[in-house]
Design a protein around this ligand. Structure first.
Ligand code: GLC
Ligand code: CA
Length: 576
């Protein structure tokens, strides 16, 4: 069988602002990335996913694009980009760009035109609605076209005086949603994709791509969201994700663009179900190679709580098993999974699911093992390979993220929540946990910049940094290197079927992978206590060998009663 390269690849995500600063302005940039490619090559990753570097007012750190065909000056120039891309390709590393086309920046030329008059040729590139009640004051509930709340708080509707309409923005008011119903807009998107593909990039990570088809009603309105809490505004995401024309639009994109290039595509898809995952990643009738689904990211929030992800709930490992096993089983042989625990929107996995104190290294290695041995394409987010943890900055002023800052303001002023509790939620879930500058060494500012970093460093940098990890054979870095190499040497890691074991065990996570006559067993201890692993009696295991483990295996053990030490992970080949 001919395995596509994106199935055997490991992807490394770079958040450019925080990766490496080459000119001392405190902001990471393209030349900084180029200077650090040896690190990626040593790790053994195949693909880089680069978060947005396009021209942008940076209202949402580049996820608000004002020119899709140019580089933001703080990140460099197109020449710097070409140089970086060539240096990656020279090392056998492919590059996947972030494609943010559910919305643009309000400073994009299209929107600047669109907002001037209803007759402007670009007007229909965006989404407009009349006030519901023309007599009601602008911005009042009676005037707003519906009750949806934007991701970064407030209504999704913003008034545009020159045309006497509201425009839709699912995120900040500086991120107006693009109108995918308009074929001309779709052609613009395909053209800009071709621009980057022709420049040599190898694919796209597509930002909130399952939100592009809105649930329009016959009368040209967008329905109200169900009322789940006090007040007028309600979460509207459930209505905009997986809309009626999503698959049609994505298939068109495939036929217009993707089929003509050798690409890798991954669509960010909040609220996606396994059925949608299967449909979209189906190699014949689908459109993209894989999705970033969110079910496993939602398990440590209280379901239905109006605070959303900020309503903390301890993870029940059995929920994680049910969710992951469902995605594994339902996509096996017909679609493809992406595997991730962290990215620029999520807290650090070692703090969230492991132990960022005493057992930091071992628990980070366990989480890596658990993730990479599932079926799918694994993603490593910068710093994850160092076992870098969350930050607990003292005041909201130390945070830069628009989501975090807006949430803090609304929670502490409008909702009267206890600021200490809100800070606790930010320490657990805030996006800046993942965005602190990459610690390269134990020198000033961890070698990230010679200037003042745009966001404070994680104070752990004197101990947790890349130079330390590379020098220490027992580090998370060297363990990840071995995990990544494993995938290259053993087809079972890519193609093996997954079967969950011990579904009800609260602390041990175990599964097998099977390919033909070969069978591997993965056992992970998600706790700081020793646990006894008991292999089900029907699995023959008289002879076995350890493939990889994060602690020296204790000799002579019986797999039907195997003591697992705190945060231990073991991958075992069963020999019959
Ligand atoms: C995606 C991005 C996130 C951004 C949002 C709006 O979820 O990953 O960082 O804020 O879309 O573009
Ligand atoms: Ca810089």
């Amino acid at each position: 069988m001919n395995t596509p390269w994106w199935k055997s690849s490991v992807v490394y995500q770079i958040y450019p602002r925080s990766f490496c600063d080459s000119n001392g302005d405190g902001i990471g940039d393209l030349r900084g990335i180029t200077s650090k490619l040896d690190h990626l090559q040593a790790l053994g990753v195949d693909v880089v996913w680069l978060s947005p570097v396009y021209r942008s007012p940076q209202d949402d750190n580049g996820y608000d694009i004002s020119d899709y065909r140019d580089i933001a000056p703080e990140f460099g120039t197109l020449a710097d980009f070409d140089e970086m891309l060539a240096a990656m390709h020279a090392r056998g590393i492919r590059l996947v760009m972030d494609l943010v086309v559910n919305h643009s920046s309000d400073e994009h030329a299209w929107f600047q035109q669109a907002r001037t008059s209803r007759d402007n040729p670009y007007h229909d590139h965006y989404i407009w609605c009349e006030p519901r009640d023309a007599a009601a004051p602008i911005g009042s509930p009676a005037s707003l076209p519906n009750n949806w709340e934007a991701a970064f708080n407030g209504s999704v509707w913003e008034w545009n005086e020159p045309t006497g309409e509201y425009y839709l923005h699912m995120f900040s008011r500086k991120q107006p949603d693009l109108n995918w119903e308009n074929p001309a807009l779709r052609q613009e998107v395909y053209a800009l994709m071709r621009f980057w593909l022709e420049r040599g990039v190898d694919g796209f990570r597509m930002d909130v791509i399952n939100m592009i088809s809105k649930p329009w009603r016959e009368d040209g309105s967008l329905p109200d969201a169900p009322v789940v809490r006090d007040g007028f505004l309600q979460p509207g995401f459930a209505l905009t994700c997986n809309g009626p024309r999503l698959l049609e639009f994505l298939r068109e994109m495939r036929h217009e663009v993707l089929d003509h290039h050798d690409t890798m595509t991954v669509g960010e898809a909040p609220m996606a179900t396994t059925r949608q995952g299967r449909e979209i990643s189906d190699p014949i009738d689908g459109a993209l190679n894989m999705l970033f689904q969110f079910e496993h990211m939602d398990l440590d929030s209280l379901p239905g709580d109006p605070r959303g992800k900020w309503a903390l709930k301890p993870l029940d490992l059995r929920d994680l098993k049910r969710t992951m096993a469902r995605w594994q089983d339902e996509l096996h042989g017909c679609g493809w999974n992406s595997l991730y625990l962290g990215n620029h929107d999520q807290p650090r996995p070692v703090s969230r699911f492991g132990d960022d104190g005493e057992h930091r290294v071992r628990s980070a290695q366990m989480l890596g093992t658990w993730l990479h041995l599932h079926q799918g394409t694994p993603y490593v987010y910068q710093g994850e390979e160092l076992g870098l943890g969350n930050v607990r900055f003292a005041t909201i002023d130390d945070y830069q993220d628009i989501e975090t800052r807006n949430m803090y303001r609304v929670a502490t002023t409008e909702r009267g929540e206890d600021p200490a509790e809100v800070m606790r939620a930010i320490h657990a879930k805030g996006r800046d946990n993942a965005r602190t500058p990459m610690p390269w060494n134990d020198g000033p500012n961890a070698g990230f910049t010679t200037g003042t970093p745009w966001l404070k460093l994680n104070p752990s940098w004197p101990q947790v940094n890349a130079a330390q990890a590379v020098a220490d054979a027992g580090s998370v870095f060297h363990y990840y290197r071995r995990l990544i190499a494993l995938r290259k040497a053993h087809p079972i890691v890519i193609d093996g079927r997954h079967d969950l074991l011990l579904a009800e065990h609260p602390a041990l996570y175990a599964y097998t992978r099977t390919l033909g006559a070969e069978r591997w067993l993965v056992v992970c201890n998600f706790s700081a206590d020793e646990q006894l692993f008991e292999l089900p009696a029907d699995i023959p295991a008289a002879r076995w060998e350890t493939v990889i483990a994060n602690i020296e295996p204790a000799g002579g053990a019986d797999l039907h009663a195997l003591p697992m030490r705190p945060w231990e992970a073991r991958v075992i080949r069963l020999l019959g």
